[in-house]
Design a protein around this ligand. Structure first.
Ligand code: NAP
Length: 252
């Protein structure tokens, strides 16, 4: 029987592309998201590649529902070899209307939803002394970007949390990879106005994620030029950063 990769946010975008990519690499795929009809279609694409697929509709912010989804996918496809916390939403509230509910929701999905994947996947992986855990965070977590406070903060939290897990997991047989993409062409970026420098197709992003996670890499950042730019941006002093983003208001 093939190994089981479980992906949250697998109904669309990067998660759906990753599901198909992992099937192409010989994995059976467990799919979680809220939209069941889309999950069904992605499952068909996985099966078309000769692998088994199972799906369970759940909101990653609902811990009990997520736990039920994990149990159902493990019952269908066996123990989880690779768990990818990918589910995410954009849309930070703006400074004139700092709606705390919107801030909370972004954290519940992008950060706590990812932490919940770790909490559910790790006990089995640690008992088996094998497994690969990954989070799809973002280079947006490197700094507080304009009009994106809640998103940036949730992604910063996700990156740092999974980095800490990686250190804690040393010697356990379980690897932990932090993935930090730049712009990828999905519904999330389609909503955005303005330039999207170095925009990458979701299939290409999925290939890079699969390669990095399966190799047990600590961190996967792409596209390369965006990674370089964001590394420099992160190192800028505050006064220089403020000037830069004042002139270029359309990052994410
Ligand atoms: N696109 C980019 O440029 C970019 C860049 C850096 C990082 N990322 C990150 O990559 C990940 C995937 O984003 P994407 O670009 O592929 O976006 P997308 O096309 O909008 O897909 C988001 C996925 O997450 C799922 N999702 C959202 N909220 C959920 C919830 N509460 N519970 C369960 N599933 C949920 C959606 O499914 P349902 O709606 O069916 O639940 C969908 O499958 C996100 O974490 C995002 O922050 C994206």
């Amino acid at each position: 029987m093939a190994e089981h990769v479980l992906i949250t946010g697998a109904s669309a975008g990067i998660g759906a592309a990753l599901a198909v990519e992992m099937a192409g690499r010989g994995f059976d795929v467990g799919l979680i998201a809220r939209r069941e009809e889309l999950l069904r279609e992605v499952a068909e694409r996985v099966r078309a590649r000769g692998q088994r697929a199972a799906f369970a509709a759940a909101d990653v912010a609902d811990q009990a529902a997520l736990a039920r989804a994990f149990a159902s996918l493990e019952a269908d496809l066996g123990p989880i070899e690779v768990a990818v916390a990918n589910a995410g939403v954009a849309g930070s509230p703006d400074v004139q209307n700092l709606d705390l509910e919107a801030v909370r929701r972004l954290h519940e999905v992008n950060f706590l939803g990812a932490a919940a994947v770790a909490a559910l996947a790790l006990p089995g992986m640690l008992a088996r002394r094998r497994g690969r855990l990954a989070v799809i965070s973002s280079v947006a977590g490197y700094r507080g970007l304009p009009r994106s406070g809640a998103y940036c903060a949730a992604k910063a939290a996700a990156s740092v949390f999974f980095e800490s897990l990686r250190v804690d997991l040393r010697g356990s047989g379980v690897t932990c990879t932090v993935v930090e993409p730049g712009f990828v062409a999905t519904a999330m970026t389609a909503e955005r106005k303005g330039r999207l420098p170095f925009l990458m197709e979701a299939d290409e992003a999925a290939r890079r994620i699969a390669r990095g996670v399966l190799a047990g890499r600590r961190r996967v950042v792409f596209p390369r030029r965006m990674a370089l730019i964001m590394r420099v941006v992160r190192a800028l002093p505050d006064w220089a950063y403020d000037r830069l983003v004042a002139r270029r208001p359309d990052h994410k």
